[in-house]
Structure formats: structure tokens, C-alpha cells
Design a protein around this ligand. Structure first.
Ligand SMILES: Cc1cc2nc3c(=O)[nH]c(=O)nc-3n(C[C@H](O)[C@H](O)[C@H](O)COP(=O)(O)OP(=O)(O)OC[C@H]3O[C@@H](n4cnc5c(N)ncnc54)[C@H](O)[C@@H]3O)c2cc1C
Length: 460
């Protein structure tokens, strides 16, 4: 397998990851003189802020995803390749991917983050993460299948395990998913399962810190907590989850909550890339970059968005929050900086313009902060709807999402509660097995080790 991209006289920019940052960068390089190669492990761009609505069967995955090939139709000097990036060899300007190696003149790492299980292998195996569309679909299927089984299972204990939902992580995602699940309990369960009391369903939200929404002000945290408690969510603060055993989430203080729907949205870590010098990895598994998003010590390798940590912005000495706007703004500036760099001009340093942050808790309930202005309740909720609707890619998706929201608001109902598992064709299953064990970059890593070994021997 190979990339099959002809090297022409243009400098090649390889972008890894077509999320908010990578996509903005690729779009902004449209009129540049570069050959642009975008690599993503999926063939579509996704919109994480609405993933929780997919997980709760409130929205179809296609409404918040957009295929790269459609976005870049008719684009010149542009190539998309669906592949997973595995290793980097900066001294040779090569990256290793699941479909082969590719050389670059400039490399931009924008692969975002993955769920952090903090080294707890057991929790990693048992918990349901909710970081992307595919995981959200997995959660939706598990949730609905558990409701179905709760009607027919043999014992009361099993029924309770099936109807308890435990969400671990009190950040924006945890708050949003707990809120939407409590709405499911109130509006969906009584209609869909009239022969089962909806009072049996319990939603727990567990947070290790002292408050929810740690990234927002204490006032917003308090409002979010109040909203969720009013909606019937059981909130446990200062509680650390240490294990999941026998269908029970086990807490550090020895207590346990029975559940078969164990949702883990408790933390993220930068997507790991093999052969990346460990001294370049900072807090949260993020790649250290300078004020121009240049990976420290590597002139032609850059990292943007969630995957990088930049400590040079005076207002954010500990790094920027991992938010869509940071990735978008970094992608936008980097497009300009690459052109400047090529022309031998000085690049411009990145300074984040904070456009605010918000989290929705349920219908008519949200918290929002714009600099010193803080709001909550209905007005914040409307702001949340408008901001997110504007940000979704594609007119079709905007219209579908809006109609969906109006329908749900008026009818208190979503109509997508089907349990659907995609069966992969044998050809795809076989290919995945091969790809999982090949193209790991071991050949170049061995070469590198041999060279280092020879150097040591010569110096002795
Ligand atoms: C559930 C959820 C809700 C969120 N809600 C909000 C919100 O309301 N507001 C907000 O501002 N932020 C929100 N965020 C955070 C926001 O989504 C991120 O900050 C933003 O997506 C970061 O953009 P990025 O371009 O750095 O990475 P991403 O958008 O994560 O994009 C990374 C891309 O890289 C690809 N990729 C990953 N690994 C590889 C690999 N090895 N090889 C090739 N491709 C790879 C992925 O498929 C993806 O397309 C939310 C995040 C989540 C998970």
C-alpha cells in the first residue's frame, strides 16, 4: 500500500487530523502554493459538541458529520487519504501511517486527543467512552439495549443494574450527557416503556473534584449543579472512581454503584505518536510547541489544537483550554505563518481570543460566560443553540439539526431510538487485521536504533 501522490515542484504540507484545527488550516491554504495532503483515520469531519445528542438518540450521526471528500470537491493541489498516523521520523521528514509512509516538507499534527483512563486498564476495557461519533453510537446502542433487557431480565437486581446510568467526569461533556439522560427518563421512558416505571432509572454524575464545570466560574458551576439536581441527577462530588467490578462502579471510599451503563468522560490525553521524543510531550500528553505552534526544536513540524500545549501566551501560562476555538484560531494563523515562513518572513505569535464558553444542561437550561458577562437559564440556552447551529458544517446539516431541535422541543420526543450495529464486510475485517499489525514504522525505528548503536560503539 502507498499514498500514490506524485511529488511535484510544490512544497508538500501534510496535515494529520481533519478536526476543527486541521480543517481550518486546510481550508485556509486553498490559495497557497503548497501541495496539501490531509490524513484522517475517518473519512469525515465531526462536530464533538453535539455528540452527546447522538448518544442519547436525539440526533443522527450524519447530522453532525461531514465527509472530507465532499468538503474538498474540486480543490486543486489537495489530497485526502484515510489512514491512521502511527510514527514520526523528523530527521527524515517522514511519517508512518497505516497505509504506508509519506514524506513532507511541513508536517502539522492536529490529531486531537483520546480518552484518558489514567492507566487503569480494567476501566478502559469496561467503560463506555464518548469522544467521537462512533463511540456515541456505541453508547446509544448500549443504553437502548439495556432498557430493552430491563423489561425482560430475571431479577430485580439485574433490572436495577440495567437502569442505573453512571457518568464519570463532571466537565461539560459529563454535565451535558447527564442532563440529556435525565430528560430521557422523564420524557421518553414513560411513553416507550409504559409497562416499566421510569422511576427505576437513576442517573449518577461522579466528579473527583469539588465542583462541576471546573473550567468555568464557580457561579456557572453552581448553576449547572442546581439545574441537574432539579432534573433528578444524583451528583457525587469529591469522589474518585477506582474500578468497575461485577457490574458495580467502585469508588475510592469503598462504596459502589450498581450499573451496566458505565460512561467514562473523565479526561483526555493527546493522541500518542510513536517515536516522538518524550521530552517533547508535556502535560496531558500534549506536544510542546512555541508561540508559532512549531514543535520545540523541529523547524518544519507544527502541532495545533488539542494535541499541543503552548505556554507562551501570557494570559494562558499553563496552556490553552482544549476548546474548538483554540484549534480553529491556531489553524487559521498557522496557514498565514506557513506562507510567511516560506517567504522568509517572521511568523506571527499566537494569542487566543477567548470568545466565551458554555454548557447546556437540558431544555431551557444552560450556562454561558463571555468575558465578564455570565448568564444562565433560558437566555444562555438560546445562545448555546445559536452558537452551535452556526458552527455546524454544511447548510444541509444546519437545517436538519434546527428542524430536529424544533421537533424535539415541541414533541418532547426524538424518533431515532433504534439499536443498529453495523456489520463489517469480511473484506474490511480482514483488512483491519492486516493493517493493525503492519506499517507500524518498526523498520525505520530499527534503522535509527542501529545508527545510534554504531555511534556509541565508534565513540567508545
Ligand atoms: C463530547 C465533546 C464535546 C465537546 N464540546 C465542546 C464545546 O461545546 N465547545 C468547545 O469549544 N469544545 C468542545 N469540545 C472540545 C473540542 O471538540 C476540541 O477542543 C476540538 O475538537 C479540538 O480540535 P482539534 O482539531 O485539535 O482536534 P479534533 O477536533 O479532535 O480532531 C482530531 C482529528 O484527528 C483525527 N485523528 C485522531 N487520531 C488520528 C491518527 N492517529 N491518525 C489520523 N487521524 C487521527 C480524528 O479523526 C479527528 O478528525 C468537545 C469535545 C468532546 C469530545
Amino acid at each position: 500500500m502507498s499514498f500514490n501522490i506524485v511529488r511535484d515542484n510544490k512544497k508538500r504540507v501534510v496535515i494529520v487530523g481533519g478536526g476543527f484545527g486541521g480543517l481550518k488550516l486546510a481550508n485556509k491554504l486553498k490559495k497557497s502554493n503548497f501541495q496539501v495532503v490531509l490524513i484522517d483515520k475517518n473519512n469525515y469531519h465531526q462536530f464533538p459538541p453535539l455528540i452527546y445528542q447522538v448518544a442519547s438518540a436525539g440526533m443522527e450521526p450524519t447530522s453532525i458529520s461531514f465527509p472530507f471528500r465532499k468538503i474538498f470537491q474540486h480543490r486543486k493541489n489537495f489530497y485526502f487519504r484515510m489512514a491512521e498516523v502511527r510514527a514520526i521520523f523528523p530527521e527524515r521528514n517522514i511519517i508512518q501511517t497505516s497505509i504506508g509512509k509519506i514524506e513532507y516538507d511541513y508536517l502539522i499534527l492536529a490529531a486531537g486527543t483520546t480518552t484518558n483512563f489514567y492507566g487503569n486498564r480494567h476501566i478502559e476495557e469496561e467503560a463506555i467512552p464518548m469522544k467521537n461519533v462512533s463511540e456515541a453510537m456505541g453508547l446509544r446502542n448500549a443504553l437502548l439495549a439495556n432498557f430493552e433487557r430491563a423489561l425482560t431480565c430475571a431479577t430485580k437486581q439485574e433490572q436495577q443494574e440495567l437502569l442505573n446510568v453512571v457518568v464519570v467526569g463532571g466537565g461539560a461533556t459529563g454535565v451535558e450527557v447527564a442532563g440529556v439522560l435525565s430528560e430521557m427518563k422523564k420524557f421518553v421512558l414513560p411513553n416507550d416503556y409504559p409497562d416499566m416505571s421510569s422511576n427505576l432509572m437513576h442517573v449518577y454524575l461522579i466528579e473527583a473534584g469539588p465542583r462541576l464545570l471546573a473550567g468555568m466560574s464557580e457561579k456557572s458551576s453552581a448553576h449547572a449543579e442546581q439545574f441537574l439536581r432539579e432534573m433528578g441527577v444524583n451528583i457525587l462530588l469529591n469522589k474518585k472512581v477506582v474500578d468497575y467490578r461485577n457490574h458495580k462502579v467502585v469508588l475510592e471510599d469503598g462504596s459502589a454503584i450498581a450499573t451496566r451503563t458505565f460512561i467514562w468522560v473523565s479526561g483526555i490525553t493527546g493522541v500518542p505518536i510513536r517515536n516522538m521524543d518524550s521530552s517533547l510531550i508535556g502535560r496531558g500528553g500534549r506536544i510542546k510547541v512555541n508561540e508559532y505552534n512549531q514543535v520545540i526544536g523541529l523547524n518544519n513540524v507544527f502541532a495545533i489544537g488539542d494535541q499541543c500545549i503552548q505556554l507562551t501566551d501570557k494570559k494562558y501560562p499553563n496552556g490553552h483550554p482544549q476548546l474548538a476555538q483554540v484549534a480553529i484560531q491556531q489553524g487559521e494563523l498557522l496557514a498565514k505563518n506557513l506562507v510567511r515562513y516560506e517567504k522568509g518572513m517572521k511568523m506571527k505569535p499566537f494569542h487566543y481570543r477567548n470568545l466565551g464558553s458554555m454548557a447546556t444542561v437540558g431544555r431551557n437550561r444552560a450556562v454561558a460566560e463571555f468575558n465578564k458577562v455570565k448568564m444562565q437559564g433560558w437566555f444562555a440556552w438560546i445562545m448555546w443553540l445559536v452558537v452551535h447551529l452556526r458552527s455546524i458544517l454544511g447548510v444541509r446539516n444546519k437545517v436538519i439539526v434546527l428542524l430536529n431541535w424544533i421537533w424535539n422541543y415541541l414533541t418532547y420526543d426524538q424518533s431515532m431510538r433504534m439499536i443498529v450495529y453495523a456489520r463489517k464486510a469480511k473484506e474490511i475485517r480482514d483488512r483491519e487485521i492486516i493493517e493493525a499489525t503492519t506499517h507500524l514504522g518498526d523498520d525505520l525505528m530499527q534503522e535509527q536504533q542501529q545508527k545510534e548503536q554504531q555511534k556509541v560503539e565508534r565513540s567508545e
